[in-house]
Design a protein around this ligand. Sequence first.
Ligand code: AMP
Length: 216
Amino acid sequence: MNIILFGPPGAGKGTQATNLVDEFNLYKISTGDLLRKEIEKKTILGTKIKKIIDKGHFVSDELINDLIKKVLLDKKINNKLIFDGYPRNLSQAKALELLLINNNLKISCVLCLNVDKETIVKRILGRQICSNCGSIFNEYFNPSTMNSHKCDVKFLQKRSDDNEKTIKSRIETYKEKTLPILNFYKKQNLLYEVNGMAKIDDISKEIRDIITTIET
Ligand code: AMP
């Protein structure tokens, strides 16, 4: 099974992808995470990527498709993939289709998390990521607590692109470049709409039900 998690920035793709990884033994491919890893290395490429991300623009398709190609070389994770934040435009969607065909793989479903703009902004502004374990929290909706998170609070960090100015640009880019992909997958009968406004556990349940139906 290979799944694409689709939705605007702040829709909760990362949170849901992490839940699915544990439950269905999947391997998460988040292009955003891969890019942030490159930034952490403080390479010349990382510095270039940071500038692009902080403006809320897209990194080049060439770079992204190369990242995905490298990940797909690991045959152990084939057919266990969950894509978060990729593909992000039509050209990436077509490139992924080719890559999958070449690796004898296919997409099982595209889960689209529907969230309104007001919620997106709140989710992005409240987002906190633990730099120690990678867990994602939200100051307002899903705060880190003693029960839910074992790491020290000092590890909780904000992303540099999670600010009011960058959000605007990210939402515009999403509407203009990412949304058109939906039609591409709709035509292939792969698209499933999910209520991304619900509580985290309820969204997970809706997704689990869809996946279970597809699997059987
Ligand atoms: P994310 O973590 O998915 O919210 O991505 C953070 C930022 O990384 C985005 O706003 C883009 O600047 C960049 N990015 C992530 N994935 C892609 C992609 N598939 N194509 C282009 N840029 C991307």
